[in-house]
Design a protein around this ligand. Structure first.
Ligand code: GLC
Length: 432
């Protein structure tokens, strides 16, 4: 794909080369070196970022420098904040759905550069990256919380995939007992992310939404987390620890939970779409043995399937030295061609809507439909209503919940203390 900006960069590169030749220096660097923090969502996400960025570099006559970042979204944001404070020369940043509100001041408005393409993207994701009319990042891949299960094991014990949490708990407990008795003492019913970080917030948003317990902070800013359904949802989650989930979930992010599932030591795993490509890879011990279902419902008529909305975008830092080339790289990485490749090779969900109807994609990967449906009924984190303070909201939430899961406090006291802290942070929900 040759774009105008590519041409511009190529012309600049030619000019630089001319000077280099004239001054007698060795002209091996054709263009500029753009730096990108691709991050890794797990699976093949990082490798596919490197692959596509290098393709761009070759086409544009530039080079790309890859900067490694922590796997945890919370730690990665903290690092980006340090970079911004130091005005570090880094051009492109992979940003989580809640970063734009926090990093606003350091990001370039991409709207003028994507005017013609904007309408091809998921409106919900554009909204996530839009602040005060500025498009602070381009949606790169979508994600939603889903439940993976061992199809072969449910069949072995004549069980149907669960619809509700109560059914999941029952299956997890009975299969765990059977599999341990059959000679696997390390087998667990259910793996999820319980470390004190953003991933725990994502799990908790699902617990609460699936119980009809609201979204922690309502759209009008009011703190709503202290309610009986939230207490019921947290009581359930707390009861899993040590029973159907190892205590190790309390220090696990996505990669550690996947490890246990991949090794054949768990019946259920809550995670994101990319896990599908890892589980289904030809060399995977789980190939052909895994199914996907929506996050289970809570009890009663208020119960609903509710996966948390996740996903990542690409932003251009104001402090990078190669803004034009950086924007061009973002254009290439978010192109239809690259998004198709990333979905087929890494189950990274496109943010361009047309790909969800592309027969060549659907035929190769039927799971696309399951993920798409889950995205349509997904629950957002309370980032729109809490803006620049979301980061602190999430930290209050995951810190409080983690203490509760460790057994240091009960569910009712936990929601009361989280609510009090959030009220304090926002002048009782009036000042976010
Ligand atoms: C996944 C999601 C992201 C979320 C993170 C939490 O990477 O795409 O939105 O914040 O997991 O661990």
């Amino acid at each position: 794909m040759k774009t105008k900006a590519n041409h511009a960069v190529a012309i600049c590169a030619a000019m630089v080369l001319g000077v280099a030749f004239a001054s007698g220096r060795v002209a091996h660097a054709a263009g500029v070196t753009v730096s990108i923090a691709c991050g890794s969502e797990g699976g093949t996400s990082y490798d596919l970022c490197v692959k596509a960025s290098n393709q761009w570099a070759q086409k544009a006559g530039n080079q790309v420098r890859f900067i490694t970042t922590p796997a945890s979204s919370s730690e990665r944001l903290a690092l980006y904040q340090q970079w911004m404070a130091a005005q570090a020369d880094i051009d492109v940043l992979m940003t989580d759905v809640f970063y734009p509100g926090v990093l606003e001041k350091g990001l370039v408005d991409l709207r003028p550069h994507f005017k013609e393409e904007e309408s091809a993207f998921f409106p919900a994701y554009l909204k996530i990256d839009m602040l005060d009319g500025k498009l602070l990042a381009m949606p790169w891949f979508a994600a939603v919380g889903v439940m993976y299960y061992r199809k072969d094991l449910l069949q072995k014990y004549h069980l149907e995939p669960p619809q509700t949490w109560a059914e999941l708990e029952k299956d997890a407990e009975s299969v765990q007992t059977e599999e341990r008795a059959a000679g696997n003492p390390n087998f667990w019913g259910y793996m999820w992310q319980g470390k004190a970080y953003e991933g725990l917030t994502c799990n908790a948003v699902e617990w609460l939404a699936s119980y009809g317990a609201g979204s922690i902070v309502a759209l009008d800013g009011k703190v709503t987390v202290d309610n009986p359904r939230a207490v019921a949802a947290l009581t359930m989650a707390k009861s899993w620890v040590g029973k159907i989930s190892p205590r190790g979930v309390l220090s696990s992010e996505e990669p550690q939970t996947l490890q246990v599932f991949y090794a054949g030591n768990a019946l259920f795993l809550r995670s994101w779409p990319y896990v599908w490509s890892v589980a289904q890879a030809p060399d995977s011990p789980l190939a052909g043995k895994v199914g996907i279902i929506p996050i289970p419902k809570g009890p009663g008529t208020d119960g609903a399937h509710a996966g948390t909305i996740g996903g990542w975008s690409l932003a251009v830092s104001k402090y990078g030295k190669h803004r034009e080339a950086a924007i061009d790289l973002v254009k290439y990485l978010t192109s239809s061609e690259v998004q198709r490749m990333r979905f087929l090779e890494g189950a990274l969900m496109p943010t361009r809507m047309a790909l969800y109807e592309d027969p060549s994609v659907l035929a190769k990967e039927p799971a696309m439909k399951i993920f798409y449906d889950a995205i349509l009924s997904a629950s957002p984190r309370p980032s729109a209503q809490t803006g620049a303070k979301y980061n602190r909201v999430s930290s209050v939430l995951y810190t409080g919940l983690h203490q509760m899961l460790l057994g240091e406090s009960g569910p009712q006291a936990t929601v009361a203390s989280i609510a009090a802290k959030l009220d304090e942070l926002s002048d009782k929900g009036k000042d976010w």
